[in-house]
Design a protein around this ligand. Sequence first.
Ligand code: RM4
Ligand code: MN
Length: 391
Amino acid sequence: MAASTRVAEAKAALKEQTIELPSWAFGNSGTRFKVFGQAGVPRDPFEKVADAAQVHQYTGVAPRVSLHIPWDLVDDFEALARHAEGLGVRIGMINSNVFQDDDFMLGSLAHPDPRVRAKAVDHHKQCIDVMRATGSKDLKVWLSDGLNYPGQDSIRARQDRIAESLSEIYGALDDDQHMVLEYKFFEPAFYITDVPDWGTSLLHVMALGDRAKVVLDTGHHAPGTNIEFIVAQLLRQGRLGAFDFNSRFYADDDLMVGAADPFQLFRIMHEIVSAGAHAPDSGVNFMLDQCHNIEPKIPAQIRSVMNVQEATAKALLVDVEALTAAQLSGDVLGAHAVLMDAYDTDVRPLVAEVREEMGLEPNPTAAFAASGYAEKIAAERVGGAQAGWGA
Ligand code: RM4
Ligand code: MN
């Protein structure tokens, strides 16, 4: 393929790719030591959606906002969906939350007490109702279930309980709804996490059915884990449902995607593009799961969307024919060079052009800054309680 054709195809693909935003990125957040409030932070889900819509307005590729229940509970979800639509976005995945109620201290779907398990299952049914009201088609499940001490509970029995609870939740989904199961290797439990890795998540979703897939949070692995290998494996099985994109240096840092390791993000996107999974109908949802503790939130989300776009653009520029030829002939350095040529390309002008062709400003960060929105919300959003992690 001629280089010019590759560029044209890359541009077309970049115009179609979408990146979903997390509502919680717009609320206050912090470490266990301190939450620093910021001026203009949303007081309710309507304001969170409005901020998310700003990110879409300037990037053109972030048309969905994911909700977290109960953080984003409102009296009228249909009104929230209409509000989103009026701002040019829609409601994306619905995240359940079974980690903040006192009842869930010893677990939720794996809890030894059937009453607590039933409560956790019911919460998911409530999330499915939210999906029906908002038009969302995807339920995201992340469990903090785990053990701190050897012997604390039966490892096998907990897997059985999770399987049973998940199948009840899966059974409550409508035919056109899907669910994804997230894994995380540690925290808040330290001895054992009940869904610690992609293998465990995959086994559970395979037992459920075709509409259950794995969600890969890039911050949820041990240091040194080869994430692109996991991506390739899940894609082979048709079981990669979504990404929770973010960056980590140490633990589940939730820093901006592509900040800690842009090369890793490129390698991930190379696996995605190689499998054609960047296409909108691939069923892979590219979502951000981030918290912005010290940086302004809307610009940080804009930057994160740009980071995903740039990594995707580089992956789209890989000379596939040259790469395959080098791979098949055993040309180690040649194959590596083809990949690195794409990674080393400065794609910022190309992505800026894509934006201009979409009728947007080439520099979304500058355009947002010039809009005066940050000053406007800082002046208007006074009084009321700022939304935070756990609101
Ligand atoms: C969890 C997990 C979930 C996210 C919550 C806030 O660690 O990553 O995806 O919704 O944090
Ligand atoms: Mn996550």
